[in-house]
Design a protein around this ligand. Structure first.
Ligand code: SF4
Ligand code: FE
Length: 483
């Protein structure tokens, strides 16, 4: 059964026995928890749209393993067209959810692990690729959501994994057994962890020989013995406990991150894809990060579309839409947003085939894409706040709006143009607040900075891939300088 419905996905999550903690409490039913459920709805959309004839070309693909129709989130990119479609799919989902839909980390992880295990086996004579393909087939058949887990807590950033005061600050092998390995440590900021069936762990940095116990990649069921999750807080998250649907800004959708803890987790050999091969750790990081930096040229653009639409509506509702500076600010927002999209498309169109057959994005352009994402959404958000006006942060609550006595007062004084209800104006203000400062700001604002690697990580890659020597040569040729 290669394509699950949205309802089947939700039901499959109910069967998991995840150990989740949120605000000091163990959550036995994350699916229906009001703080968690909107993030599940976002992942659900990745299943729902795969059944929509209008979107199936972007949302589905043909498995190169089985020839079956599968969800694109389970697919290995077989061409540059696949890479381009991936970005378009992510923009679409950003538009439909206005939030992080989480499922991309697993897609990016399997694409990276595929080519790296293939190359590793070729060089070292290991047999990880076969194991990986067996897992991939299952992921495709069951239409799994897989959480790609890379970022270790890292402790003292000045020290390598093996020299940390606490050895668990990077996820590592504590025991090699006949039947498998035992793993301890944690992964931080894990997007969509509570909405995933399996997790795919990868190393977080390039390693040296001393750190070989940290050069580790494996898959495990999300509810495997010894794995627990501590749910990350988001700005304004407890508004979801209030029961209304205005103040939350985006009542239906959201994203989430969690700290994923491995307390002596046993992993059978068949699920291990790297175990001490430190020379390949950096390559896996580089490829996964590259794919995820490409992803941001899709998802952030889709959420940007929602934010631009909301800012334009705010201007309409304020009666300011005709002012030339307002029109110009909207043009600027669109220009910035499409610049990000152009980068996402460019790094995809310029992709190349790796030795395993899976296509990799152009790494230089993917890093340029993400570097722009660390900046432009901030300017888009600034302009949205400019157009919204101060009301987006001083507005009265939904309960005041609905109150029998003060409700009419709220409606009277928070009204903009007479043709638009105060409630609609409030909804748009809260949506802008949500994306720029509230729960979705995790996915749009700060994640634009740090998700898929902080700005400096891209600059290192740009330095490596930018080919400065060739540029010097060009200048010398034009200037008539002969060595
Ligand atoms: Fe997907 Fe974007 Fe969320 Fe990453 S941040 S999981 S690319 S939606
Ligand atoms: Fe992310």
């Amino acid at each position: 059964m290669a394509l699950q419905t949205a309802a089947q996905y939700e039901e499959s999550l109910r069967k998991l026995k995840l150990k989740v903690y949120l605000m000091g409490e163990r959550i036995v039913n994350p699916v229906d928890h009001p703080i968690i459920r909107p993030s599940m709805n976002s992942v659900k959309m990745t299943y729902a749209l795969a059944h929509d004839p209008e979107h199936e070309d972007l949302m589905t693909a043909t498995s190169h393993l089985t020839g079956q129709k599968i969800n694109r989130f389970c697919h290995l990119h077989q061409s540059t067209t696949d890479l381009v479609k991936k970005v378009k799919m992510q923009r679409l989902l950003g538009q439909k959810t206005g939030a992080c839909f989480q499922r991309c980390v697993g897609m990016d992880a399997v694409n990276a692990v595929d080519s790296v295990t293939f190359e590793m086996d070729k060089k070292l004579g290991t047999s990880y690729h076969e194991r990986f393909l067996k897992f991939l087939r299952r992921m495709q058949d069951e239409d799994m959501t897989v959480d790609g887990a890379m970022t270790d807590p890292k402790g003292d950033r000045g020290l390598p994994p093996s020299r940390q005061a606490d050895p668990d600050l990077f996820t590592h092998i504590v025991e090699r057994r006949k039947d498998g390995i035992v793993v301890r440590g944690a992964k931080a900021h894990q997007t969509g962890a509570i909405n995933s069936h399996w997790i795919l762990v990868m190393p977080t940095i390039a390693m040296t020989k001393e750190d070989s116990d940290y050069a580790l990649s494996f898959v495990a069921p999300a509810d495997a013995e010894g794995i627990s999750y501590i749910y990350g807080r988001q700005s304004c998250d407890t508004r979801k406990l209030e029961g209304g649907n205005i103040d939350v800004g985006n009542y239906n959708f959201g994203g989430h991150e969690a700290l994923m803890v491995f307390d002596n987790v046993f992993v059978p050999w068949e699920n291990v894809f790297m175990c001490g091969e430190y020379e390949f750790s950096g390559l896996l990081v580089e490829r996964f990060a590259g794919y995820h930096r490409q992803s941001y040229g899709g998802c952030k653009v889709g959420v940007g579309d929602v934010l631009i639409g909301a800012a334009a509506l705010a201007a309409d509702y304020n009666g300011a839409a005709k002012a030339s500076h307002v029109k110009d600010k909207l043009i600027e927002m669109m220009h910035l947003n499409e610049t990000l999209y152009a980068c996402g498309i460019a790094c995809s169109a310029e992709g190349n085939k790796t030795a395993s057959g899976t296509y990799l994005i152009n790494l230089l352009l993917a890093n340029v894409c993400k570097q722009n994402v660390t900046r432009l959404p901030y300017e888009i958000a600034r302009l949205a706040e400019d157009l919204a006006g101060g009301l987006m942060v001083t507005l009265a609550s939904e309960r005041d709006l609905r109150h029998p006595e003060i409700g009419p007062v709220v409606k009277k004084y928070f009204r903009g143009v007479a043709s638009v209800s105060t409630e609609h104006r409030c909804r748009i203000m809260r949506l802008i607040e949500n994306i720029t400062l509230g729960t979705a700001a995790v996915g749009y604002r700060t994640e634009s900075m740090h998700g898929a690697g902080s700005p400096q990580a891209q600059r290192i890659m740009i330095a490596r891939q930018g080919n400065l020597e060739q540029k010097k040569k060009l200048a010398k040729d034009i200037a008539g300088i002969k060595d």
